[in-house]
Design a protein around this ligand. Structure first.
Ligand code: HEC
Ligand code: HEC
Length: 394
C-alpha cells in the first residue's frame, strides 16, 4: 500500500476490508485536478478534495427519484484526447515462457508439462451477477479455450499470441489434463513480444539464464485440442457451449452403458452433473487466489478421476469412446465445467446453437492472430492525431 494515499480513511475498502454487504460509500471518481475529484458518496454526487473534504454537488433522494446518482462526468468543452496506438504495422505478437518448471511452488512428483492451454476469459456484457448464470460456480465469467501450444523438453514455450484479449494459461500433461492453472489473467498488445520466466518464478530471486529450446524455432501456432463442434476443424471448441461440445458425448458414448449397467451418472442434464464436475465458487470449494498444482480441474474432479481408472482406459482402448471425446470432457472440466460460453441468448445456447460472445471476439478471427488493421471492429477516426508508441521510446 506504500504507493497509495488514502484520502478517505474512514471508508473501509469494499470486499477486502468490509465484505460487500455494508454497501459502498464512495465511487466512480472523476478527477478535475490533482486535488479535486467529482465522485459519488452513497447516493449523492459530491466534490471531494485531497484532504478528504466533501462538498455536496447534487443530493439525490433515491426513493423519490428512482435512481442513484453515480458516475459523475463534467459536461464541458475539452480537447479530444489523442488515440494512443501501436505502430501501424506491428510484427506478430508472441509469448515466450522460458521454463514452466521455474515456480514458487513444488510441482507434483514426476510432472511432465507437454502443453500450455490458452484460455480467453470473456468480459462480462450483462450488469447483474449471474445473469445469466454461466455454470456451477457463482458469479463466474464465461471463457473459451483458444487451444494449446507445445512445451519443449526443457520447459520452454514460444507461440503466436492472441492480441487484445484477457487470457490465462494452464500447464497440461501429455493427456491434456491441467496440472496447474493461472487464476488471474494477462493481455498481449499488438506487436508485443511478451516473455515470462516461469509459472511463476519466485519474485525475490534473480531470473535464471535461459537457453530456451523453444526460442530456437519459429513461434508455434495455437492449435485446437480436438476437432470440435464446428464444421471448420481449426476451430476446436470455439465458441464454448456445453450443449454443443460435451453433452453429445455424454449422450452418445457414456450414458447408454451406464444406464445398461445400472451405474451412476445416467443423465446429461447440466444441473445433475454438479457432483462430478470441477468449478470455483465464491465462498465455497476451490476458492483462494492460487490453485493447488496436481489437484485442479479434471484431475481433481470425480469425472476426471473416473476416466483415469484402468476400467475406463480399457473402455477407451476398446473404442467405446475416443480420444476426442476424452479431450472435450477434460477441457470442459479444466475450464470450470461451465454450461454457457456467452452472456447473451442463453436459451439458444441451451438449444445447441452457436452463440458468439460479443466483446473481444471477432468470429472471423477468434484467436486474435490476424493483423489488427484487418479487424473491422477497430476504427480510428481520421480527424484524431495518432501518437505512435514504439518500444524504443522511453
Ligand atoms: C501454467 C503456469 C503459468 C504460466 C505459463 C504463466 N502463469 Fe501467470 N500465473 C500462474 C499462477 C499459478 C499464478 C498465481 C495465481 C494467480 O494469481 O493467478 C499466476 C499469476 C499471474 C499474474 C497475477 C499475479 C502477479 O504475479 O502479478 C499475472 C499478471 C500473470 N500471472 C501473468 C503471466 C504472464 C504475462 C505469463 C507469460 C506470458 C504467465 N503469467 C505465465 C501460472 C502461470
Ligand atoms: C462400456 C461401459 C461404460 C462406458 C462406455 C463408460 N462408462 Fe463410466 N462407468 C462404467 C461402469 C461399469 C462404472 C462403475 C465403475 C467402473 O466399473 O468403472 C462407471 C462409472 C463412471 C462414473 C462414476 C464414478 C463415480 O464416482 O460414481 C463416471 C463419472 C463415469 N463412469 C464417467 C464416464 C464417462 C464420462 C464416460 C464417457 C466418456 C463413460 N463413463 C463411459 C461403465 C462405462
Amino acid at each position: 500500500m506504500s504507493q497509495v494515499k488514502r484520502i478517505t480513511p474512514e471508508a473501509p475498502f469494499p470486499e477486502s476490508e468490509i465484505g460487500c454487504r455494508t454497501g459502498y460509500m464512495y465511487g466512480t471518481a472523476w478527477p478535475l485536478s490533482e486535488t479535486d475529484y467529482l465522485c459519488n458518496y452513497q447516493n449523492d454526487i459530491i466534490l471531494l478534495d485531497a484532504a478528504g473534504n466533501k462538498t455536496m454537488v447534487y443530493a439525490c433522494d433515491q426513493a423519490a427519484q428512482g435512481f442513484r446518482a453515480i458516475d459523475p462526468i463534467p459536461v464541458k468543452r475539452r480537447a479530444t484526447p489523442p488515440v494512443i496506438d501501436a505502430a501501424p504495422n506491428p510484427p506478430k505478437a508472441t509469448v515466450a515462457v522460458m521454463n514452466v518448471y521455474t515456480s514458487d511452488f513444488t510441482w507434483p512428483p514426476g510432472t511432465k508439462v507437454k502443453w500450455l492451454r490458452i484460455i480467453h476469459y470473456l468480459p462480462k456484457t450483462t450488469n447483474a451477477p449471474d445473469s445469466p448464470r454461466i455454470g456451477f460456480g457463482s458469479q463466474n465469467a464465461a471463457r473459451m479455450s483458444l487451444g494449446v501450444v507445445p512445451v519443449e523438453e526443457d520447459g520452454s514455450a514460444y507461440f503466436e499470441a492472441p492480441v487484445g484479449k484477457c487470457i490465462y494459461f494452464q500447464a497440461l500433461d501429455s493427456q491434456g489434463m491441467a496440472i496447474a492453472s493461472m487464476r488471474s489473467a494477462t493481455y498481449v498488445h499488438p506487436g508485443e513480444q511478451l516473455s515470462c520466466v516461469g509459472c511463476h518464478e519466485n519474485k525475490w530471486q534473480a531470473a535464471q539464464r535461459s537457453d530456451a529450446m523453444a526460442l530456437k524455432r519459429p513461434p508455434s501456432r495455437i492449435q485446437p485440442e480436438f476437432t470440435g463442434h464446428q464444421s471448420d476443424p481449426t476451430q476446436g471448441g470455439i465458441p464454448f457451449n456445453y450443449h454443443l461440445l460435451v453433452k453429445p458425448v455424454f449422450n452418445q458414448k457414456c450414458i447408454p452403458c451406464h444406464t445398461n449397467q445400472g451405474k451412476g451418472f445416467i443423465s446429461s442434464e447440466y444441473a445433475s452433473l454438479k457432483p462430478y464436475a470441477y468449478f470455483y465458487n465464491g465462498g465455497g470449494d476451490n476458492t483462494g487466489s492460487r490453485a493447488t498444482p496436481g489437484n485442479f480441474g479434471a484431475m481433481a474432479s470425480r469425472m476426471g478421476k473416473a476416466l483415469l481408472t484402468p476400467a475406463h482406459r480399457e473402455r477407451m482402448a476398446q473404442g467405446k469412446f475416443t480420444q476426442e471425446d476424452f479431450r472435450r470432457i477434460v477441457m470442459w472440466l479444466d475450464c470450470a465445467s461451465d454450461e454457457l460460453g456467452a452472456y447473451s441468448a442463453p436459451d439458444q445456447q441451451r438449444d445447441g446453437k452457436v452463440v458468439w460472445p460479443v466483446l473481444q471476439v471477432n468470429s472471423a478471427d477468434p484467436l486474435g492472430l490476424k493483423p489488427l488493421a484487418a479487424d473491422p471492429a477497430v476504427k480510428h477516426g481520421p480527424e484524431r492525431p495518432v501518437v505512435l508508441i514504439r518500444n524504443s521510446q522511453p
